[in-house]
Design a protein around this ligand. Structure first.
Ligand code: GLN
Length: 485
């Protein structure tokens, strides 16, 4: 049999259910891999061995008694450190939450537990999910498993690197402007941002509440569907979660590509797109043509406004959401302050890193009286225009194909000095969040220096099945997703 730590999530479930391997043996195999690989990669902020062992034993016990053990029985899952797991740290990679332990489970975590998944640890990220390289973590720098001198992308860089490095078959991340898809692209794995409202945000530490979604990382489209299935659905604890029924993704993804209409937005293939990335994307397009899809050019005319709009709206929402970290209730409290104001001021000054402070200041400014209409209200109007671009496009096509990022993974330190350069690495992923539509990144080849490149697929609201259908069809005809660092 294939060694346990090389099995896909779907294969783990099958083998655990049929008692070919125990959940405990699977867990041990992955923990061993973590101990070996993570010295270099540094994807994890904390491990959860005891809880995970307990969960594995309970899965094995259920199976030995012939009781149902869940759709994710015995599958290890790494979780981004801004998602609450009861009894574990939820640092958001910030000093301000360094010692915060979550008293409750996020809805996605409760769902995963009920399906027999094993939470193996919490992964590194950009502080409060603000960043594109995981270099904004207050604690450590995560390496790209394909090249130690390069970033894994961000902000869910730890989760992407954990899957790419073979340390976990599945991981959860969060995506506000590309934080699942861009690191998936940089690390050569699959990453999916669900439609806004598809997955409950209860227990996800809020960055920009109108944009945030939790989503899966995996190697294969099937594993992605498996994890997505487990976390979707309406939740009374999140009033923005959708009551729409959740389809059977693993069934729907097997529909053929024949006759599907694919749009290539001309605005995503202009200046600034690396020529190697362009070539690989166009080669992927050919694969879909061969499978009977119809391909045509489309236009999303407001694309160039997405980054500026995002950098008004996301910081505005962040400035409100992060007001709760005041030294009173959660995490860090500055010692020795003489009064309340000083305590709040000092706790926040000491607890937040430079990028988070920059965002809070940007957002506070955009929302302040006298500027609100010129910045925040105006950005909301443009957001509607961006959203309408997609509504119009999806009258003509079933899916949109683009590069996930303009380049492969950049070098550590390369974009640190210039925030705008860093912001531009999300130029192709941000519109999707502004419009609330679902998007996926799948590996579609390598640059000359062996760095993975991701293909982004976008679809109508709640058409995650269409994304998975394309990803599944693509992976059946290619083997990029089977390459390991
Ligand atoms: N990189 C973008 C930012 O810095 C997106 C982050 C995210 O999706 N969480 O805001």
């Amino acid at each position: 049999m294939t060694p346990a730590a090389e099995l896909s999530a779907c294969a783990i479930v099958k083998n655990v259910q049929s008692r070919n391997v125990s959940a405990l043996a699977v867990l041990d195999a992955f923990l061993e891999k973590v101990k070996k690989e993570d010295i270099k990669v540094k994807a994890f902020l904390s491990l959860n061995e005891d809880q995970a062992r307990f969960a594995a034993e309970s899965v094995d016990e259920k199976i030995s008694k012939g009781e149902p053990a869940g759709d994710l029985a015995g599958v290890p899952i790494a979780v981004k450190d801004n998602i609450c797991v009861q009894g574990l740290n939820a640092t958001c990679a910030s000093k301000i939450l360094e010692n915060f332990i979550s008293p409750y489970d996020a809805t996605v975590i409760a769902k995963l537990r009920s399906q027999g998944a094993l939470i193996i640890g919490k992964t590194n990220m950009d502080e409060f999910a603000m960043g594109s390289s995981t270099e904004n973590s207050a604690f450590q720098t995560t390496c790209n498993p394909w090249d130690q001198n390069r970033v894994p992308g961000g902000s869910s860089g730890g989760s992407a690197a954990a899957v790419a490095g073979g340390m976990s078959p599945l991981a959860l991340g969060s995506d506000t402007g590309g934080s699942i898809r861009q690191p998936a692209s940089f690390c050569g794995v699959v990453g999916l941002k669900p439609t806004y409202g598809r997955v409950s945000r209860y227990g996800l530490v809020a960055f920009a509440s109108s944009l945030d979604q939790i989503g899966p990382f995996s190697r294969t489209a099937e594993d992605c569907a498996l994890l997505l299935q487990a976390i979707c659905g309406q939740d009374p604890m999140d009033s923005t979660s959708s009551p729409l029924p959740v389809p059977n993704f693993r069934e729907e993804m097997k529909r053929p590509m024949e006759g599907l209409r694919i749009g290539l937005p001309r605005e995503y293939f202009g200046d600034g797109l690396d020529s190697e990335v362009r070539k690989l994307i166009m080669a992927a397009v050919e694969t879909f043509k061969v499978q009977g899809a119809q391909v045509g050019e489309i236009s999303l005319p407001h694309t160039d406004l997405a980054v500026p709009v995002y950098y008004i709206l996301a910081p505005s929402e962040a400035s409100a959401n992060l007001a709760r970290f005041d030294g009173v209730r959660y995490g860090h409290r500055s010692p020795g302050a003489k009064n309340l104001l000083e305590m709040v001021e000092k706790s926040r000054s000491e607890g937040f890193g430079p990028e988070v402070k920059r965002r809070i200041m940007l957002g506070t400014y955009a929302l302040s009286s006298g500027y609100y209409d010129a910045y925040y209200a105006q950005a909301q109007k443009v957001r509607t225009l961006i959203s309408e671009d997609f509504t119009r496009a999806f009258k003509e096509v079933d899916m949109i194909l683009t590069p996930t990022a303009p380049t492969p993974a950049f070098r550590s330190g390369e974009k640190n000095a210039d925030p705008v350069q860093m912001y531009l690495s999300d130029i192709y992923t941000i519109s999707c969040n502004l419009a609330g539509i679902p998007g996926i990144s799948i590996p579609c080849g390598f640059s000359q220096n062996k760095l993975p490149v991701g293909l982004q697929i976008l679809a109508k609201p709640f058409a995650e099945s269409t994304l998975l259908q394309a990803a599944y069809a693509y992976q059946k005809n290619t083997n990029w997703h089977l390459q390991v660092p």
